[in-house]
Design a protein around this ligand. Sequence first.
Ligand SMILES: Nc1ncnc2c1ncn2[C@@H]1O[C@H](COP(=O)(O)OP(=O)(O)OP(=O)(O)O)[C@@H](O)[C@H]1O
Ligand SMILES: N[C@@H](CCO)C(=O)O
Length: 312
Amino acid sequence: MSVYTSVTKQALTDWLAGYALGELVDLKGIAAGITNTNYFVTTTHGRYVLTLFEALQLHELPYYLQLMSHLSRHGVACPAPVADNTDRLASMLCGKPACLVTCLDGADVSEPSATQCRALGEMLATLHRAGDTFTLKMKNPRGPRWWSQAAQTLYARLPDSDAAMLRAEIQLQDSHRFDHLPSGVIHADLFKDNVLMKGEAIAGFIDFYYACNDVLLYDVAIALNDWARKADGTIDDTLARALLDGYRKVRPLTAEEEQNWPVMLRAGALRFWVSRLLDLHFPPAGELTFTKDPAVFRQLIVDYSRRTDFWL
Ligand SMILES: Nc1ncnc2c1ncn2[C@@H]1O[C@H](COP(=O)(O)OP(=O)(O)OP(=O)(O)O)[C@@H](O)[C@H]1O
Ligand SMILES: N[C@@H](CCO)C(=O)O
């Protein structure tokens, strides 16, 4: 349950006076989600999602909200932030930075079909193309420098074999440079729980708060590592091929991207192996963390180190 900040109908009515969205009809807390407080808001004009940011500051929001606004205007299924009467996309509510976005009609899926993976690949490539005309920039807060520093805090806590494997994996990534690969806006956390589906179609990508500028192929690897991973932790060949086919239909991969693909899959796995290890060994204070299993990404790296066919 994640309503950390309670919003009363009166407080919201006062805040909504700054928007041209009609009268407040209903306000309902959303149980899902970990980081922020979310509500479904119904007004006489329609249905919206209200987010109160529990960690991000007001001045940090423009990149993410303007990005969603840009993408939603360029064919990417995602919520569109709603501007208030002074054209702001966010302002303070109950002491927290808050925004309203359009409400999407769909639900996340835990076992996607090949058709859904293909649709996911197509929409991810659409996002990457749409990002070309977005002018704001954000560095990746979870890149090689971050995982090397994080690993230093983890080694002493891990069994020797895991620490050795982590060290070796970071060395492997350090020996590969990706600077020459196509880069642009990436979602950077496109797991199944960050995509709402309506049947076989994408209702929308959500949770853009790791979005940044980085190598596009890294985003494909992150998505594939979650969308095509089966319950036993291995990758389903059919789902992986479908996702890549969908992606390449919209944005074909370059020869250099294809060469770097196996190592990039391991980079995508390393990033979440490290963040999940951090959550396990250093749980963030005050956050409802349903600790996610780091070992699935360790296993994925082992699988990738033995595999020869990467679905291209
Ligand atoms: N625009 C939207 N339309 C419909 N439902 C939405 C929308 N945005 C969020 N939701 C619903 O709210 C839930 C919580 O949102 P989200 O996952 O973004 O929470 P968070 O706490 O902000 O992020 P996280 O859980 O990744 O830390 C989602 O699982 C989804 O069901
Ligand atoms: N998607 C991440 C959590 C949010 O970054 C994970 O499953 O580890």
